[in-house]
Design a protein around this ligand. Sequence first.
Ligand SMILES: *Cc1c(COP(=O)(O)O)cnc(C)c1O
Length: 222
Amino acid sequence: MSIKNNIVRFREELAAKNCGLIAVSKTHPAEKVAEAYEAGQRIFGENKVQEMTGKYEVLPKDIQWHLIGHLQSNKIKYIAPYVSLIHSVDSAKLLEEINKQGKKIDRVIPCLLQVHVAQEETKFGFDESELLQFISSAEIKNLTHIKIEGLMGMATLTENKEQIRNEFRHLKNLFNTIRNQAGKPDHVSMHHLSMGMSADYLIAMEEGSTMVRIGTAIFGGR
Ligand SMILES: *Cc1c(COP(=O)(O)O)cnc(C)c1O
């Protein structure tokens, strides 16, 4: 299957379920991104600031670039002017730094908060209690140059489908809890639930994902 065919197939499959597609192009060269672009794809996900910025500079400007990998504070300034959505905000401190950079260039930067739902110790993200506390904190009210538009999470890398399903379900419940929470500031809303990758996107969609992040199944192995 070609990249173009893969894009067409995924876009049809996901449109039928009202789910957005992030084509994860990390490690693949700009030419491959251009192939997906020609098939109609406009949203691409990258996990490294330098790589994303390099592609942003050479590819069409109507592409929406989503950062999906861990972000270091000192690199925010490179993506602040153009990034469409940062999925991987994994701490209050990082969000404050993003807000600071947004303020400098007078831009409100759209973000998702990454939640740690997997069993692995190594995955970044907020713990559930930490997140609920942060959402209702005074400190979040003062962040005028970020917008929180939802949550992102990754399931454990396992063959156990029930475990994956439970982790996604847990994230969806948390998403609903926050969505229904009264008294949130205006710049905190729950529109997007970013969950699901090549191996587990079907389960993620069944559990209520609104955005899947697909790399390998579109571009091939890395
Ligand atoms: C690489 C990556 C993906 C895509 O993974 P595939 O298995 O290639 O589809 C999705 N989300 C994040 C955060 C990633 O780093």
